[in-house]
Design a protein around this ligand. Structure first.
Ligand code: PGA
Length: 259
């Protein structure tokens, strides 16, 4: 069953104190929304954020995790540590992790398997580079990332996986993919999933978009059919901007329910 999500990716921004003030500002604004609002935070703020959001509708996620169990991996945290705190989800395979930290499709797959085992929802990020797009390699890249990333994952586990389509050329660049480009990528992703699993299962996976979403372009993106939400970087850092994005996606859900 597809859910709708608006997920903030804070990346390496904000101190713990700033995050606590941000949460205080955001909570009253989202008390009546009908979708899942998630903050992917720097690891050091996850525990205080979970304490602060207990019994609220704001969910907390990690931005990364190591694919190994407990062991000698200085500086790393694993899925079990995140789950133990009450973390809802974790971003996996973000393009910044792939590009800056050499994360391969194989590692991404191991991370998703570990996240599933610990009961965390995986926000599995995929997307083509500018080179790929210019050379008509978008679907080949998506095919590779998804087939390798979801290797050995059973259909019934896809309930705990959200696919985030994030074209690398749109991340932090101010260039958003057009509604048509997002729609096309969604169809490609569902086609890949239906070949790997089946059509019915492919339709049930939640797919969100990320890449330069802001308070001005969110309403257009929210109109893309079959899109289940967004992953927001820069514009999520200011509660007043983030709430506009949340409302853009929330309105659509309310209309749908009334039908
Ligand atoms: P952006 O980042 O909204 O700042 O482009 C999105 C992301 O990296 O998930």
């Amino acid at each position: 069953m597809r859910n709708r999500y608006v997920i903030a990716n804070f990346k390496m921004h904000k101190t713990n104190k700033e995050i606590m003030s941000y949460i205080s500002a955001l909570l009253p604004l989202i008390s009546d929304v009908n979708l899942k609002v998630v903050l992917a935070l720097p690891s050091v703020s996850i525990l205080s954020a979970i304490d602060k959001t207990r019994n609220t509708n704001l969910l907390i996620a990690g931005q990364n995790m190591n694919e190994n169990d407990f062991g000698s991996y200085t500086g790393e945290i694993n899925a079990e540590m995140l789950a133990d705190l009450g973390t809802y989800a974790v971003l996996i395979g973000h393009s910044e992790r792939r590009l800056l930290f050499g994360e391969t499709d194989k590692v991404v797959n191991k991370k998703i398997l570990k996240a599933l085992k610990s009961g965390l929802v995986s926000v599995f990020c995929v997307g083509e580079s500018l080179y790929d797009r210019k050379n008509n390699l978008t679907s080949i890249t998506l095919q590779r990332q998804i087939s390798k990333g979801l290797k050995s994952i059973y259909a019934n586990e896809l309930n705990n996986i959200i696919i985030a389509y994030e074209p690398v050329w749109a991340i932090g660049t101010g260039i958003t993919a057009t509604a048509g480009e997002i729609r096309e990528a969604l169809l490609t992703i569902r086609q890949i999933l239906s070949e790997m699993y089946d059509e019915k299962i492919a339709k049930e996976v939640s797919i969100i978009y990320g890449g330069s979403i802001d308070e001005n372009n969110c309403r257009d993106v929210a109109k893309v059919p079959q899109l289940n939400g967004v992953l927001v970087g820069g514009a999520s850092l200011v509660p007043e901007k983030f709430i506009k994005i949340i409302k853009a996606f929330d309105v659509k859900l309310k209309k749908k329910v009334k039908k």
